[in-house]
Design a protein around this ligand. Structure first.
Ligand SMILES: *[C@@H]1O[C@H](CO)[C@@H](O)[C@H](O)[C@H]1NC(C)=O
Ligand SMILES: *[C@@H]1O[C@H](CO)[C@@H](O)[C@H](O)[C@H]1NC(C)=O
Ligand SMILES: *[C@@H]1O[C@H](CO)[C@@H](O)[C@H](O)[C@H]1NC(C)=O
Length: 370
């Protein structure tokens, strides 16, 4: 009997230990590649199991950094190799996870020939189509985040290029696929906003000095930035203290989408009560210069915070007082303008350390009538 219990414990421990750890997935940067015999015409992967730890389908190419395509030199951000997903091609990896937990996937992608490329990232039954038409990263690469809730003990992550281009070899390059467990944020004392400092979020690839784009998500989706929704049509950029300057803690959000992206959190409020939203507005020291205006909205109140950025880091604090009109209030951050760095990449003001507190109770109607 005791023996069986011990065995069970051993199995349980083994299973727990088998769950994926935060960081690059096994061969997540594609550094271990197919044998020469499994490549056709130099780059085209033959068979579905040629790349260790991955399964591929469709026109998948194994690309070495420095590979020339026409007059374009392809660079690879992590290590020396990446894969290219041609028309209708996909890569798949099975990941042992903790059922019921939330995870964020981070991966890097670069557009090659087509103007508007998209990638469908899925962990059945959830999927998200990430558009890649706007260039945010100066070397052509951007990192993207997408989140899912694990419904099984082993999930299949699929990155699929649904595109159909004239040239079947056209399609995005993929590199550095990583994962991070997300912990549902709890309320901390003195703040009605969850994850107000943006400390909880997707994995940062160690060498990705261009941050991680968090694409727009709809309410039902799981957000890679727990408690926050990205609304409207453009992504926001998640930045870390290792590569950028952030006002508080280790992480913050750069509003790179102008009025086309909004960072939103909904909180419970009492209609008629007064609340105070305070936050930091700054720049991430990524060379984004200019007269910026960060906007905050809550209930019927708006605050425009001008911030003069010299692109070298810095921040100021701002406060928005508002009176709730409903039992739920959306706190919204936006950038009034688009900004562009000298290299043509989109940038904008940084938001961090958002706090919401109740100010005082509404005088009760009965007392007013007396
Ligand atoms: C290899 O190149 C030849 C000649 O360009 C082409 O006909 C063939 O379809 C290519 N094979 C693959 C698998 O792409
Ligand atoms: C990051 O960059 C350094 C220096 O270029 C390199 O030595 C290291 O291998 C890189 N790490 C990864 C994970 O690519
Ligand atoms: C994305 O992929 C998933 C899984 O294959 C699929 O169910 C979903 O319909 C796809 N979405 C689009 C828009 O193609």
């Amino acid at each position: 009997m005791r023996c069986a219990v011990v065995l069970l414990l051993v199995f349980a421990a083994a299973r727990a230990a088998a769950v994926v750890t935060d960081g690059l997935l096994p061969n997540g940067n594609f550094e271990s590649g197919p044998a020469k015999s499994e490549l056709v015409n130099g780059t085209v992967v033959k068979g579905g199991k040629a790349i260790p730890k991955w399964e591929t389908s469709g026109f998948v190419e194994y690309i070495e950094s420095g590979h020339k395509q026409g007059d374009m030199l392809l660079v690879v951000p992590q290590g020396a190799y990446a894969v290219r997903l041609g028309n209708d091609a996909s890569i798949l990896q099975r990941i042992p996870v903790a059922r019921g937990s939330y995870y964020a996937i981070t991966f890097s992608a670069a557009r090659t020939c087509a103007q508007a490329e998209r990638l469908n990232v899925s962990v059945s039954p959830e999927s998200g189509v990430l558009p890649m038409q706007t260039i945010y990263g100066s070397n052509g690469w951007d990192s993207y985040a997408w989140a899912f809730k694990a419904k099984l003990d082993v999930v299949e992550l699929v990155i699929h290029n649904p595109g159909v281009e004239e040239d079947p070899a056209c399609g995005p390059l993929i590199d550095a696929v990583a994962i991070r467990t997300l912990y549902p944020p709890t309320l901390s004392k003195g703040n009605m906003l969850k994850n107000g400092g943006f400390e909880e979020g997707p994995y940062f690839l160690p060498n990705a000095s261009w941050g991680v784009l968090v694409p727009p998500n709809i309410e039902d989706d799981h957000s890679p930035l727990p408690a926050w929704m990205i609304m409207s049509s453009k992504a926001v950029k998640y930045v870390d203290a290792a590569h950028f300057k952030v006002p508080e803690g280790a992480r913050a959000v750069e509003l790179v989408g102008g009025k086309e992206s909004a960072l939103v959190q909904e909180v419970r409020t009492v209609p008629g009560w007064a609340y105070r939203l305070s936050f930091a507005v700054g720049d991430s020291a990524d060379g984004c210069k200019g007269s910026m205006v960060a906007e905050a909205y809550a209930a019927r109140s708006t605050l425009k915070v001008p911030y003069e950025s010299n692109g070298a880091g810095g921040y100021k604090r701002a406060v928005l007082d508002f009176v709730a009109v409903r039992d739920r209030t959306r706190v919204v951050f936006q950038s009034a303008f688009y900004h562009m760095k000298a290299d043509g990449t989109l940038c904008g003001p940084v938001i961090d350390d958002a706090k919401l507190v109740g100010l005082r109770k509404k005088p009760s109607a009965r007392r007013l009538m007396l």
